[in-house]
Ligand binder design. Sequence first.
Ligand SMILES: Cc1cc2nc3c(=O)[nH]c(=O)nc-3n(C[C@H](O)[C@H](O)[C@H](O)COP(=O)(O)OP(=O)(O)OC[C@H]3O[C@@H](n4cnc5c(N)ncnc54)[C@H](O)[C@@H]3O)c2cc1C
Ligand code: SF4
Length: 452
Amino acid sequence: MLKQLQQKGFEVIYFKINDKENKQEFIQNINKIFKERNISELQYQEPDEYRLSTELKKLESIENIKVESVDTEHFLVPKLYAKDFFSEKKHWRMEEFYRNMRKKFSILMEEDKPIGGKWNFDSDNRKRWNGSPNTTEDFRPSHNHEKLFLEINNENIEHFGEGQETSFRWPISREESIKLLDNFIAKDLVNFGDFQDALHDENWRLFHSFLSFSLNSKMLSPLEVIKKAEEAYYEKDLPLASVEGFIRQILGWREYIRGVYWANMPGYDQHNFFKHNAKLPDWYWTGKTDMRCLSLSISQSLTNAYAHHIQRLMIIGNFSLLAGLDPKEVHKWYLGIYIDAYEWVEMPNTLGMSQFADGGLLATKPYVSSAAYINKMGNYCSNCKYKLKEKLGEDACPFNSLYWNFFDRHQDKLSNNPRLGIVNSQLKKMDQHQKIEINKKANFYLDNINSL
Ligand SMILES: Cc1cc2nc3c(=O)[nH]c(=O)nc-3n(C[C@H](O)[C@H](O)[C@H](O)COP(=O)(O)OP(=O)(O)OC[C@H]3O[C@@H](n4cnc5c(N)ncnc54)[C@H](O)[C@@H]3O)c2cc1C
Ligand code: SF4
């Protein structure tokens, strides 16, 4: 990026982590540049994160500097658009926002009606993948990052990972990002919809796009990604369920999540609806657990800085919530692990969608499941030490007892949730003795969480 800006004729001042003149503090670095270069005017595009936005606002109080900012051009709507959209409404719902965005940007529309007669093909997006159709090759570029890794090590920056892998498998330029996008549209978008929620031990990517890093670091614009997918529907006759499913993630979820962030900052990170406070198990930093779904998802995250949505939500997030882990600690873990983790998108997804820490502002019910769902969506449970159908035996899958224990211990907060009617009535009907045994088993697992 640095070279590309320089090639375009921009003068770029870039502080490397080990530069002597780097004061290791953003405002101090800016002030230093102001003084050295006699700068009297600063113009900037609004940053995406609250912390940085607050820091930049401080510059307005510096004497003799004229500061001007404009909204960022890297999203489709202004940051408070969702807040205004929902201002008269009782609840925030992504689907309502998404329909508004489809109309506003005229995406997959026939006049004012959605193409195909339906707004949402979500129910078609839940197939299990059994090895067919084959996925295509991994189109991400490779970069040697040995030198950078050494610099980080030499500065004693706390980190995980050994750095033996000298290959950084993510795009670092717009050209590389466009190539990744074009390959995804040409080869994988066709199957994206069907297998969006699938899990498989031999295939950690399935048909996901790997585009979040390029989007969040602004090498691609969301509208160009959406337009290319829409064009593929018209010109390549791709299935509507796949194209709509993919577009919904960016036009709907991505913009909506950003709206939730800005409508609730500062303070969103202080929510802890269930008052969960357990420490993260040690194996969150190694992947060394006998729970195969978690071992595979965490190891892959630590090695590749990537997990797809269902691994983040229904494996790691699901366990974190059932186990009562401190949501702020879970949030910090996600922020530190994933290549695409920027606070504006990571925080609402983790604290809101996955940990229900906001009490239902973002999700209408907690995203939790027992082993049955995990087994339905993929093959992680085959070859696992734990028995997926058991709740109580010695090697019973921990998800099963933790699931019922979670609902039992939070009845005061969840018994009136209209979306949890079935689980609440099953819990009510459950034999008292069985309930006691399940809670005992769950507590045994929680007490021995590092040995799972
Ligand atoms: C607990 C949790 C934490 C998450 N943290 C992040 C994060 O730090 N950064 C991030 O970009 N996404 C995050 N997500 C959303 C989503 O999981 C990732 O965007 C996606 O896995 C990235 O992989 P991909 O590019 O292959 O996505 P694909 O499955 O190919 O989807 C296409 C694009 O849709 C967008 N998208 C899909 N779902 C979401 C969503 N829920 N919120 C915002 N954008 C979405 C992304 O830009 C993504 O690139 C998180 C989800 C959960 C449940
Ligand atoms: S049996 Fe339980 S722990 Fe093992 S993979 Fe399945 S859900 Fe995960």
